[in-house]
Design a protein around this ligand. Sequence first.
Ligand SMILES: NC(=O)c1ccc[n+]([C@@H]2O[C@H](COP(=O)([O-])OP(=O)(O)OC[C@H]3O[C@@H](n4cnc5c(N)ncnc54)[C@H](OP(=O)(O)O)[C@@H]3O)[C@@H](O)[C@H]2O)c1
Length: 252
Amino acid sequence: MQRDLSGRRALVCGASQGIGLETARALASRGAHVVLLARREAPLEALAARIVEEGGSADVCVADLDHLDIQGIPADLHIVIHNTGGPPGGPLAAASVHALEASFHRHVGSAQAILQHVLPFMTAEGWGRWVNVLSTSVYEPIDNLGVSNLTRAAMASWAKTLSRELPPGVTINNVLPGFTDTERLTALAAGRAEKSGQTEEAVRESWIAQVPEGRLADPTETAAMIAFLASPDGAYVRGQSIAVDGGRLRGI
Ligand SMILES: NC(=O)c1ccc[n+]([C@@H]2O[C@H](COP(=O)([O-])OP(=O)(O)OC[C@H]3O[C@@H](n4cnc5c(N)ncnc54)[C@H](OP(=O)(O)O)[C@@H]3O)[C@@H](O)[C@H]2O)c1
């Protein structure tokens, strides 16, 4: 097993909570120096301190990806985990053109800007890893998440196209979380419960009923797949979209 990331520098976007937070811990535990990016400084500082306590190394980059705010991001990165807040819910037919553009800008726009910022270094090193955190909607659109379905498909196509363009040694892949027990899912359950008159527990049970594994994912499980793709062991996996969904997707 070649999991060691000593000497590698990794950017983890959306690191202040959830899947991004656990991904930062996973990469740091394998020896990478992690740069923690999100809009809120306090949780990033708390995570950096926790990673140092756990024997790792981290620093903080406060930035808003909605504004392509990337000047504080170092260019000498070996690993980028692109991850940010999901687009707002609702049917596609009801979404404004502005909502489509804003979501494209947040996801594809920020990924493109960061890629162009770091690619010269990865190319010179002959080693790079890029992992996008998307959604199972890449394979099966999810009802009532119209803008998200569209944006995730665009990101998957962005990554597949790049997997044909990037130099040898620089890979790009997507991880597709299923129902994952993060702050986002808790907020979604609360929203659904309020709308439907169900309890939050009942909303969660209705999600779990769709999952052959019979439970929600822990974000450390999603992070483990991301860390694998970012590791030396992941070197020959390129241009793939890998679901970590407890078997919920039905397609072969
Ligand atoms: N949890 C699930 O069940 C699930 C399922 C399918 C797909 N996903 C997707 O997977 C991704 C991660 O999920 P999660 O549950 O960990 O999400 P989350 O709890 O909502 O976390 C999102 C992270 O992105 C950061 N962020 C949001 N907007 C940003 C911006 N404009 N600029 C910079 N950072 C920003 C947030 O930090 P700040 O607020 O501090 O900026 C936070 O750290 C999301 O795209 C989500 O939609 C999640």
